[in-house]
Design a protein around this ligand. Structure first.
Ligand code: AMP
Ligand code: MG
Length: 354
């Protein structure tokens, strides 16, 4: 059953993974409107619920094991659906196990450090899932499309000249490899939106007053640089989809499908980590049983020695009784049906014969 689920998830996300070393042309290679044939929107809600439940279960184990951490990097153009994806996909997990960090235009303090510094400061701890809402990839996206950002970074001349983007790709790959080698898996999701769907979502942000705050004039200026961004994304996907941290291009025009895919990639990563609850040694178990006996001896008069065990046993007994009643009713129903089948029914009779 678990294997079957793992297989389905792996199949769903396989076409979205950018093969390490492949050369991506975003516009030609990935369709923002793609949807797996086998999936219908009406089944989508149920599937997302399953994904969210799986995520919550694995997150508990990840926290208990406290060996691995997971960093989820979300990249998209404006209105790509990053906020909604985080809200939906992480809705079932324990808030104590998740941190979400958004990255905007760097502050003066951040500009005084190397460009990866502010991202390193926000990395998840072991046992945690950290989500980057925009990430270190902005350093080869917005900074590339608007090179004046690079000027503000106070870099030595050699660090901003020719070959700067190739160097940054290499540095980012090395950094992610270092993190992976040390127990931190890096999951990279690019929400791939079409220009027409962005236009629709912008208009919605203007038409619905409650959404006005989400829209800024800067968003329209960025839209004018659409082709430059597509180019920067293509280069980034080609250069930084690695064996240890591959990119997934999530078709983002259908929000419900994008959320399922995002959940699936994260669950897939957790399944690969397969975190386990720690078990205790035989000695420690013996100690626990001794303490158990002491606690049982403290039971007040009339109280069960172990209220938890008593409640569990009671619930199990009730469940058995319910199952037995149901089985009896089913047997009686079947017997009645077969005896009815043996004699003709009186015309016009609709009432119960029981
Ligand atoms: P939003 O996500 O809509 O709140 O916008 C955040 C803005 O910050 C976006 O326009 C990003 O392009 C911008 N931003 C994020 N990281 C950087 C960076 N490293 N350098 C310059 N601008 C950035
Ligand atoms: Mg914005």
């Amino acid at each position: 059953m678990a294997d079957e689920r793992a297989k389905r998830i792996a199949e769903l996300i396989k076409p979205l993974r950018v093969k390490p070393g492949s050369k991506v042309n975003l516009g030609e290679d990935y369709d923002p409107g793609y949807k797996a044939d086998s999936l219908k929107k009406k089944d989508g809600a149920e599937l997302l619920r399953t994904g969210i439940a799986l995520l919550a279960d694995y997150q508990r184990r990840l926290a208990a094991q406290n060996t691995y951490g997971v960093l989820v990097c979300l990249q998209a153009l404006d209105a790509g659906g990053k906020d909604g994806t985080i809200r939906h996909v992480m809705s079932g997990v324990n808030p104590q196990g998740v941190t979400v960090s958004g990255f905007k235009v760097p502050s003066a303090e951040e500009l005084d450090h190397d460009y990866l510094w502010r991202y390193a400061c926000r990395l998840p701890a072991r046992g945690q899932i950290g989500i980057f809402n925009r990430s270190h990839y902005e350093e080869v996206l917005v900074v590339r499309v608007h090179p004046e950002n690079l000027d503000r970074q106070q870099l030595p001349r050699a660090a901003k000249g020719k070959g700067v983007w190739e160097r940054r790709y290499r540095e980012i790959n090395d950094w992610e490899r270092y993190l992976t080698d040390n127990g931190f898996r890096v999951v990279k999701l690019f929400l791939n939106l079409s220009k027409e769907e962005q236009r629709t979502r912008f208009l919605k942000r203007i038409d619905v007053p409650e959404k006005n705050w989400k829209f800024s004039a800067a968003d329209v200026r960025e839209r004018e640089r659409w082709d430059d961004y597509q180019h920067a994304f293509s280069q980034m996907l080609s250069a930084t989809s690695t064996r240890w941290a591959p990119w997934y291009v999530i078709p983002a025009d259908r929000k419900w499908f994008a959320r399922i895919c995002a959940a699936a990639v994260i669950v897939h990563t957790l399944m690969e980590i397969d975190p386990r609850y720690p078990t205790v040694s035989a000695d420690r178990r013996q100690q626990l049983l001794t303490v158990r006996r002491e606690l049982e001896d403290e039971a007040p008069k009339g109280a069960p020695a172990d209220p938890f065990a008593a409640k569990e046993a009671n619930e199990a007994k009730e469940a058995r009784e319910v199952a037995a009643t149901k089985a009896r009713a089913a047997r009686n129903g079947a017997a009645r049906a077969s005896s009815r089948a043996g004699r003709p029914r009186a015309a016009g009779r609709t009432g119960s014969e029981a």
